[in-house]
Design a protein around this ligand. Structure first.
Ligand code: ADP
Length: 169
């Protein structure tokens, strides 16, 4: 049985088997969650990301996909990097946003992770409206066929927390 929980706070302070990063396809760092994870997790994470760019993901990690690295100094065993879709004037592709959650859980299952902490992917710089992103995220994890026991959404601010709480009921 998978339980879904909700907390408000900084995802880099969470303890979980895996912490999900809202990365960009370069895997070489960015702002928001990405910047915070690399700052607090230390250089081992970026080193592992560079190795991925030099091997499996020479052209970067495609949108909607996920890949794991060490979690460095974070209180976790792995960081799972996933690339959310950008939401622009034409909207965004909800299947790609759902894919981020599903693929992250698939990678978590491969690793044997039992607890996974997710941020609200694509709702920062990538501009996805919070209520819609919360609906897609909650539906995606509820529909996932996973052995992960705890899926924890970690929402940075009140607004995001409220949007996810409303969806989880
Ligand atoms: P994206 O590029 O996918 O939009 P961002 O990192 O810009 O990713 O933002 C995703 C969400 O994560 C936003 O709701 C943002 O407020 C939130 N966020 C930013 N920093 C943190 C953090 N340290 N812990 C948890 N959530 C965070």
């Amino acid at each position: 049985m998978t339980g879904i929980t909700l907390v408000q706070g900084d995802i880099t302070h969470q303890r979980a088997d895996a912490i999900v990063n809202a990365a960009n396809s370069s895997l070489l760092g960015g702002g928001g969650v990405d910047g915070a994870i690399h700052r607090r997790g230390g250089p081992a994470i970026l080193d592992a990301c560079r190795d991925l760019r030099a091997s499996r993901y020479g052209r970067g990690l495609p949108t909607g996909r996920a890949v794991a690295t060490t979690a460095g100094e974070l209180d976790a065993r792995w960081v799972i990097h996933t690339v959310g879709p950008v939401y622009n004037a034409a909207g965004g592709d909800p299947s790609l946003l759902a894919s981020c959650y599903r693929e992250s859980l698939r990678v978590a299952d491969e690793l044997g992770a039992r607890s996974v902490a997710f941020p609200a992917i694509s709702t920062g710089v990538y501009g996805w409206p919070l209520d819609d992103a919360a609906r897609i995220a909650v539906d995606a994890v509820r529909g996932a066929d996973t052995a992960v026991e705890e899926i924890r959404f970690v929402l940075f601010d009140d607004r995001a927390h409220e949007a996810f709480a409303a969806r989880l009921g």
